[in-house]
Design a protein around this ligand. Structure first.
Ligand code: KG4
Ligand code: ZN
Length: 337
């Protein structure tokens, strides 16, 4: 769903959402309309990626300090964009976890201050519940029940979802998350943080069958995942090629084709596991609807392969809008609503 320019729907309640769990400060205002899907009125986001890139990953202390700088101006921006004033807000939702402690504290602190000043209730939202519900802000919102594939930088889970708050965990990663597998493999290949989108771009010109990489737990018969071995296999290929911890050699133009092949093979290994396990969860539950959420849900190959596999089985797949796949305030406001 696009951000509406329209006025606030009659009889609705306004929920402000604040996300600050990691490296994105997100603020949004959602109108909760009785009997209807909540409506996103305005949202604003500041990504810290540029700031952390120099360090090859998120520096928690820098993240917290940047959230402090951004959260109030972003809140003002959202209120102005929606044409609303702070006293119009009916409740304040914020990410209560999981995430970086200092970063979470910033959002929680601002939410508590606003709630106290405005005498409005606070709603602590689980970050993954925000991701899980984010497809409800799309043009094609899902209906309950469905299987959810949650694939973020820190989590990989398959869930049966029967309604808001009615979640049954079907399986999850026993070690690295899918996003972590993308990011760690990308880092080994000399790509900037966060590696997922960079690796994905490089994979476009590579051959997916160039390297035989492991697909751990593919045939384990359950809905659990394991991605740590994949990163180790990528490391081994780089070591054998004399490219491990060799940034200059990795950046050499004559290596580009080899690296693109490794990237394509890595992405395909991750996508294969995610698709197979999602199909397994759909089979076990007998459900005909899949919802994909979290940053890795933006991956084009994952979307293409899930779409194809599900179309063959008459299963509907729903995604959040691309800009709402990664962390944002809209999903937190929505979960609050
Ligand atoms: O959900 P998210 O924004 O933050 C967490 O809650 O962790 O997910 C971030 C993760 C990172 O690992 C990032 O590399 C990955 O999502 N990601 C992607 C893509 N876009 C983001 N991974 C693969 N392909 C993408 N296009
Ligand atoms: Zn997230």
């Amino acid at each position: 769903m696009s951000v509406s320019q329209v006025s606030v729907p009659a009889g609705s309640r306004l929920i402000l959402g604040i996300e600050s769990s990691c490296d994105e400060t997100g603020v949004a205002l959602v109108a909760s309309v009785p009997g209807a899907v909540p409506q996103l009125l305005a949202h604003a986001l500041h990504s810290q990626i540029d700031m952390h890139q120099a360090y090859g990953g998120v520096v928690p202390e820098l993240a917290s300090r940047d959230h402090i700088r951004r959260v109030v101006p972003l809140t003002r921006q959202v209120m102005a964009q929606a044409g609303c004033r702070l006293p119009d807000i009916d409740a304040i939702a914020y990410t209560k976890g999981p995430g970086l402690a200092g970063a979470l504290l910033v959002g929680a602190g601002v939410a508590c201050a606003l709630g106290t000043a405005l005498s409005k209730p606070l709603l602590g939202v689980h970050h993954l519940e925000g991701h899980l519900l984010s497809p409800f802000l799309s043009a094609d919102p899902p209906e309950f029940p469905f299987v959810a594939l949650l694939v973020s930088g820190g989590h990989t889970q398959l869930m049966r979802v029967d309604g808001v708050g009615r979640y049954t965990l079907l399986g999850e990663t026993v070690d690295d998350a899918a996003g972590e597998a993308f990011d760690k493999s990308a880092k080994l290949m000399g790509l900037p943080y966060p590696g997922g989108p960079h690796l994905s771009r490089m994979a476009e010109s590579g051959r997916a069958d160039a390297f035989d990489l492991p697909r751990p737990m593919l045939h384990s018969g359950d809905q659990d995942f394991s991605f740590a071995g994949l990163k180790t296999a990528v490391r081994t290929h780089l070591l054998r090629a004399g490219l491990l911890d060799q940034p200059q050699a990795l950046a050499a133009p004559e290596r580009a084709g080899w690296l693109a092949d490794l990237a394509a093979s890595t992405q395909t290994a991750i996508v294969d596991v995610l698709v197979k396990k999602s199909l397994g969860a759909l089979k076990v539950t007998g459900l005909k609807r899949l919802v994909v959420a979290g940053g890795v849900g933006a991956n084009r190959q994952l979307r293409a392969e899930l779409n194809e596999a599900c179309a063959r089985r008459r299963i509907r797949v729903h995604y959040p809008e691309l800009h709402l796949c990664t962390d944002n305030g809209a999903m937190i406001a929505l979960a609050g609503a």
